[in-house]
Design a protein around this ligand. Structure first.
Ligand code: FAD
Ligand code: NAI
Length: 465
């Protein structure tokens, strides 16, 4: 029987980053993964393939709509099989990269379905049905999450798809209805709209992207609408019927009113994700997940000694970089070091056009907490780089404590916002004041100057265009 310091169940960002760290710290470590490739949701059917399609479809739209403005005359033709192939090739290269890192850091990859079989024991059922039991001092649950279902809407991944199905549609839909105006719905809805689909997003709430700063979300919705995406807010889908050629949905206003029937070639269900913790043998160590399936933890410790949980399977944002932070921290704690994650500094990015990125608190959160704050905002219409590039949608907004000037939140909407937000993650980790940013020389001409100008706005200084 194999004996390990750590056995991690799940080979996603939570699993593989932790495993590599464990290898680096000299711990004997195995990762149990049921998929044929490493990398979890993120590399196989999440972050990476979606970003591959977002990038390619953005290039297609640029070539179609914006190149002519720059004096470049082209007539692009979509080659969807090639677009899908370059995505699959990149994904394969990334998953192979993790395999290489496992070998380099002496991490054993045990292929198969893992189940906890009592304290210190993980039972693995391999692809050929053979069962192996691993003995270990520590079990780390990193089993991730799966798409949430909706009663009355059966995902067949033919006409009614989840995010995985939406990454491999065989054709550009004439029409696509997205259920849920969250990050998946807007990213993948953007991909198919850019490639030619008519996209309608049906959202339960009366706003898009809950959790995003409300002013930013409004600007975001306006921009997506301008690009041709339609929104039906305050609406709930109560049923879906799919046929060989399309889907009929019944939709009701949340506030009550007339039932409507909508039809589309394809439907994408994207109303959130739930932890993937069923059938994991948790009962064998007395761990009881909460009603939604999340495993309760205290500094990644579950209620069972020697059993830890991280990533999407526990509370907190369901993001790859958060899963990565959890995984390094839990391994450092297991190794007797001081693993720590500051959940206030986990940034969020929506990789649409424009991108939306933020870190720290929203205005709504600060108001609710009764924190007095100052806001500075700078539009990209007044940023020279944005102007010269004809990319003036959006703004940068800095929120700072009214008394101490400490930066409490930063919200950026505009192209490359995701690249810009890192500056504020670092600044906030060092508990910078808004004035620190305002007094720091930024390169000209760059979009990053808009962030600095927003910080100057907090200080009440005259903003320069
Ligand atoms: P997962 O990545 O889900 O990995 C868990 C792994 O465990 C899986 O491979 C699963 O097969 C395996 N597993 C589960 N149970 C068992 C078992 N019993 N035995 C063996 N193996 C098991 N996040 C971002 O930060 N940025 C993005 O741009 C982004 N884009 C996304 C796009 C889409 C379409 C989706 C769906 C998600 C996206 N996410 C993104 C979220 C991100 O993918 C997750 O937050 C991240 O993958 C969570 O990591 P994890 O390791 O906790 O879980
Ligand atoms: P989400 O939680 O982001 O959004 C779901 C949306 O569906 C919400 O607006 C919600 O109000 C709405 N909704 C819920 N029930 C509904 C119903 N019955 N009818 C209509 N609307 C309904 O979830 P999503 O988009 O599925 O993404 C899941 C998670 O995956 C994200 O929260 C994020 O953590 C992760 N992700 C991250 C990405 C990134 O970082 N760029 C990209 C894609 C996913």
């Amino acid at each position: 029987m194999a004996q390990y310091d750590v056995v991690i169940i799940g080979g996603g960002p939570a699993g593989y980053n932790g495993a590599i760290r464990a290898g680096q710290l000299g711990l004997s470590v195995a990762v149990v993964e049921k998929r044929e490739t490493l990398g979890g949701t993120c590399l196989n059917v999440g972050c990476m393939p979606s970003k591959a399609l977002l990038h390619a479809s953005e290039m297609f739209e640029l070539a179609n709509k914006d190149f002519a403005t720059l004096g470049i005359e082209v007539t692009p033709t979509l080659n969807l099989p090639q677009m899908m192939k370059q995505k699959a090739d990149s994904v394969l290269a990334l998953t192979k990269g993790i395999e290489f890192l496992f070998k380099k850091n002496k991490v054993d990859w045990i292929k198969g379905m893992g189940k906890i079989a009592g304290p210190g024991k993980v039972e693995v059922t391999g692809p050929d049905g053979s069962v192996t039991v691993l003995e270990t001092k520590n079990i780390v649950i990193a089993t991730g999450s799966e798409p949430s279902g909706l009663p009355g809407v059966v995902v067949d991944n033919k006409r009614i798809v989840d995010s995985t199905g939406a990454l491999t549609l065989p054709e550009v839909p004439g029409s696509l209805i997205v259920i849920g105006a969250g990050i998946i719905g807007l990213e993948l809805g953007s991909v198919w709209r850019r490639l030619g689909a008519e996209v309608t997003v049906v959202e339960f709430l009366d706003r898009i992207t809950p959790g995003m700063d409300a002013e930013t979300a409004k600007t975001f919705q306006r921009s997506l609408t301008k690009q041709g995406m339609a929104f039906k807010l305050g609406s709930k889908v109560t049923g879906a019927k799919s046929s060989k050629t399309g889907v009929t949905l019944t939709v009701e206003p949340v506030a009550g009113g007339e039932i409507e029937t909508l039809t589309a070639d394809y439907v994408l269900l994207a109303i959130g994700r739930r932890p993937y913790t069923a059938g994991l043998g948790l009962e064998s160590v007395g761990v009881v997940p909460d009603k939604r399936g999340f495993i309760e933890t205290d500094h990644f410790k579950t209620s069972a000694p020697g059993v830890w949980a991280i990533g999407d399977a526990i509370h907190g944002p369901m993001l790859a970089h958060k899963a990565e932070e959890d995984s390094v921290a839990v391994i450092e704690i297991i190794a007797g070091k001081y693993g720590h994650v500051d959940y206030n500094l986990v940034p969020s990015v929506v990789y649409t056009y424009p991108e939306v990125a933020w870190v720290g608190k929203t205005e709504e959160q600060l108001k609710e907490a009764g924190v007095a704050y100052k806001a500075g905002k700078f539009p990209f219409t007044a940023n020279s780089r944005a102007k010269i590039n004809h990319e003036t949608d959006g703004f940068a907004k800095v929120l700072a404590d009214a008394k101490t000037d400490e930066i409490l939140g930063v919200h950026i909407i505009g192209p490359q916002a995701g690249e810009m937000i890192g500056e504020y993650c670092v600044a906030m980790a060092f508990r910078a004041a808004s004035e620190d940013i305002a007094r720091t020389c930024h390169p000209h001409p760059t979009r990053s100057e808009a962030g600095r100008q927003a910080a100057m706005g907090v200080e009440g200084w005259i903003m320069q265009a």
